[in-house]
Design a binder for this molecule. Structure first.
Ligand SMILES: [Zn+2]
Length: 68
């Protein structure tokens, strides 16, 4: 994981578990910048987020002629 400040190589200093996600504490040894990242533990949890929604096709099919 690159340091967002200087682009150096950050190091993991700690990990916290939150169910399917883990929060990693990172520190850059070059500029001493500290930041956190979130990572998905289970790839199945990421897949579950995806939902397919079907749009009703209003414009396909026959068009009724106006009577009168
Ligand atoms: Zn840095």
């Amino acid at each position: 994981m690159k340091c967002p400040k200087c682009g150096g190589r950050g190091r993991v200093t700690g990990t916290l578990n939150f169910g399917t996600t883990v929060q990693r504490y990172r520190r850059c040894p070059i500029c001493d910048h500290r930041w956190k990242t979130w990572e998905e533990k289970d790839p199945a949890a990421v897949r579950a987020k995806k939902s397919v929604r079907k749009e009703p096709d209003l414009f396909s099919g026959k068009q009724e002629k106006a009577k009168g």
